[in-house]
Ligand binder design. Structure first.
Ligand code: PLP
Length: 443
């Protein structure tokens, strides 16, 4: 019996003993194709020689140097690389060890910005329902996934709430996508008015929603409207690109395709590609300049910020992206994955929606396609699909149940960027069999 506190304390997990390319192998010798990159992490697959070599070289030089004493060449080069490709206005980077830490740091930076600039009365964040921003207390507070936050709610800060941009379920009959974007913007403005514009620090959202809804993209104009509204009320916009960022949707940042510039952006997962735990906040120069002119510091810190070996891994990932033109590959392979999903599920009675961008794809499962009626959450279809997929030797990322009053099951796919078309075929075929067997078991 494992002594590790895994998420589920019932049941057992296979032991991963080796991993190469897009496959992991367990102790019994069974192979799994990594259709979700873990949790949208392993963008370069496993055992990539360039990343391993960069980490080895860095460990031989300096594995770790605490940032209260030193900076390192590798951290500075990574910062320069990320800034060179960041949306306009972003001029600084704060390195952390993962997604939740990046969100915590972004929330604190946003708050400190208003303290530094003489508006300390700003103390409230607005976020969307059915969003996930991490499991630490600040990130959990802004997250809108009631299932995750329910038992901790009494110890979380209050947050303003608006609807997610979830076209499949929420766009009304006769409403165009643009009108839907407009309506959601009106809702955000209404929430700002209700709370009081001068009390609000920032609006936070995932440009493409990952774990909670399954690769849900925004309707045209939605984020442009969000940006306009934030500017109108002097509110910061924080983009959570922990899951959807770092090339996953076919551009380095998902916001690049929305044509908006965030004030703060959290990245993680694909940044280190799973080779090292690393995340970062990309911050606009305006914010950092305010700190510089004010207290001269960012009142935050962790032991492992700017970890040299983690930075070496992330820098190597960036170099491989550029050398092997992997973001372009995400676009072409993403189009192939989209095509294969449509061909495979076009006639499936249980697939209500196929969505996403690049190599970030969601499959929403429904009991009735015509009415979009979800499966009864008590059936736990998502869990059945996950275990069937594991049986087939496929790693995918199903989620579901009732989330903030909305019931549904979906599967997230986020394969490594280095996949071949044949491996995409394998992922889609195995997923089809897992959905078929999973839904069959319910009859
Ligand atoms: N934000 C988003 C959008 C995420 O998907 C996640 C993790 O899945 C996080 C934040 C938290 O990241 P981590 O699990 O690295 O703390």
């Amino acid at each position: 019996m494992s002594k590790i506190i895994h998420r589920s304390l019932r049941g057992t997990l296979p032991f991963a003993v080796s991993a190469q390319g897009v496959y992991l192998t367990d102790r019994e010798g069974k192979q799994y194709i990594d259709g979700s990159g873990g949790a949208a992490v392993s963008c370069l697959g496993h055992g990539h020689p360039d990343v391993l070599a960069a980490m080895h070289a860095q460990i031989d030089k300096v594995a770790y140097a605490h940032t209260s004493f030193f900076t390192t060449d590798v951290a500075e080069e990574l910062a320069d690389t990320l800034i060179a490709k960041a949306p306009p206005g972003i001029g600084h980077v704060y390195f952390v060890s993962g997604g939740s830490e990046a969100i915590e740091a972004a929330l604190k930076m946003a708050r400190q910005y208003y303290v530094e600039t003489g508006e300390p009365e700003r103390s409230i964040f607005i976020a969307r329902r059915q969003s996930y921003h991490g499991n630490t207390l600040g990130a959990l507070a802004v997250g809108g996934n009631e299932w995750r936050r329910k038992q901790f709610a009494p110890i979380l800060i209050d947050v303003g709430r608006v609807s997610p941009c979830y076209e499949y379920r929420d766009r009304r009959d006769g409403e165009t996508p643009e009108q839907y974007s407009q309506r959601l913007g009106d809702e955000l403005e209404g929430e700002i008015q209700r709370i009081g514009p001068r009390k609000i620090i920032a609006f936070i959202a995932e440009p493409v929603v990952g774990a909670t809804l399954g690769a849900v993209t925004a309707t045209p104009g939605y984020f442009k409207r969000v940006r306009q509204i934030c500017d109108r009320y002097g509110i910061l916009f924080i983009a959570d690109e922990v899951m959807c960022g770092m090339g996953r949707t076919g551009s380095l940042h998902a916001v690049d395709q929305e044509g908006v510039r965030p004030d703060l952006m959290a990245i993680a997962k694909g940044l280190g590609g799973g080779y090292q735990p690393i995340g970062a906040v990309l911050a606009s120069s305006r914010i950092v300049e305010a700190f510089r002119k004010g207290t001269g510091m960012f009142q935050h810190g962790h032991t492992y910020i700017g970890h040299a070996t983690a930075c070496a891994a992330a820098l190597a990932v960036q170099k491989v992206f550029a050398r092997d033109k992997l973001i372009e590959q995400v676009q072409s392979l993403g189009a192939y994955l989209e095509k294969r999903l449509h061909e495979t599920f076009i006639n499936s009675p249980y697939v209500g929606d196929l969505r996403g961008r690049g190599l970030f794809r969601g499959v929403e499962l429904v009991a009735d396609r015509a009415t979009k009626k979800p499966f009864d959450p008590a059936l736990k279809l998502h869990a059945k699909v996950k275990s069937e997929a594991m049986n087939q030797g496929l790693l995918c990322y199903p989620m579901g149940g009732t989330i903030d009053g909305v019931t549904g099951d979906h599967v997230l796919l986020a394969p490594p960027f280095i996949c071949t078309e044949a491996q995409i075929d394998e992922i889609v075929d195995k997923l089809a069999r897992a959905i078929e067997t999973g839904t069959h078991a319910l009859k």
